[in-house]
Design a protein around this ligand. Structure first.
Ligand code: ADP
Length: 193
């Protein structure tokens, strides 16, 4: 049975960095929906539609995200588990993912990387200077934080209320965040967390 690490948290919480470390440590793929979308050809039909959304900080449709992930999880290298970074991301994507897990025999471990908002904003501005992502301008960063609160936070709250969520303090170094995530197993979820 495949166990998937599913990091959650606001933009800038460090889930991309922690995901890469976990994937490298465990020898499993890091599946980032953001990276998959950014890898599309900007000049293709789909690319034009996708970049018009993500460059402005808006989400792509739940259907597109779900289809991309379903295809990727069906590949041979995903069968021993993956780090799934960026999906599910809305209340509507959660049951789609649950159904996918049931169908493909996968067990998700949802982990929220908890960081104060001031820290995430600082990290995003730093990334803007070093990586030059089109969605890391000051206006789009604010927009993405708003979209996170509006569309993703309700899903995180639902997972917490269903006692399906692990939470870790992610103010520490990426290696420590990854180590805290790796210490969690699917059986570790304690009621009341
Ligand atoms: P962040 O670092 O802000 O978490 P990502 O690299 O994970 O950003 O994703 C970048 C963008 O890709 C998002 O702002 C969104 O537009 C799009 N995206 C990624 N995953 C999804 C998803 N599951 N559903 C809808 N849109 C998504």
């Amino acid at each position: 049975m495949a166990v998937d690490f599913v990091p959650l948290g606001s933009p800038g919480c460090g889930k991309g960095t922690a995901s890469k470390l976990i994937a490298a440590t465990r020898g499993i793929p890091h599946i980032s929906t953001g990276d998959m979308l950014r890898a599309l050809d900007r000049d293709s039909d789909l690319g034009r539609r996708v970049f018009a959304l993500i460059d402005d900080g808006d989400f792509v449709t739940d259907e597109l995200a779900a289809e991309m992930v379903a295809d990727r999880l069906s590949e041979p290298d995903a069968q021993a588990g993956v780090v799934l970074d960026g999906f599910p991301r809305t209340l509507a994507q959660l049951p789609i993912y649950d159904e996918l897990c049931a169908r493909l025999g996968r067990t998700p471990v949802f982990v929220e990387l908890v960081v104060p908002e001031a820290v995430t904003i600082e990290r995003l501005h730093h990334r803007a200077l070093t990586e030059g992502r089109a969605d890391d301008t000051p206006e789009v960063i604010l927009k993405r934080l708003g979209v996170y609160k509006e569309l993703t936070l309700p899903m995180v709250v639902a997972l917490r209320e269903a006692k399906r969520l692990h939470q870790i303090d992610a103010r520490v170094a990426p290696e420590a965040v990854a180590a805290a995530m790796l210490a969690i197993g699917p059986a570790d979820l304690t009621p009341g967390l």
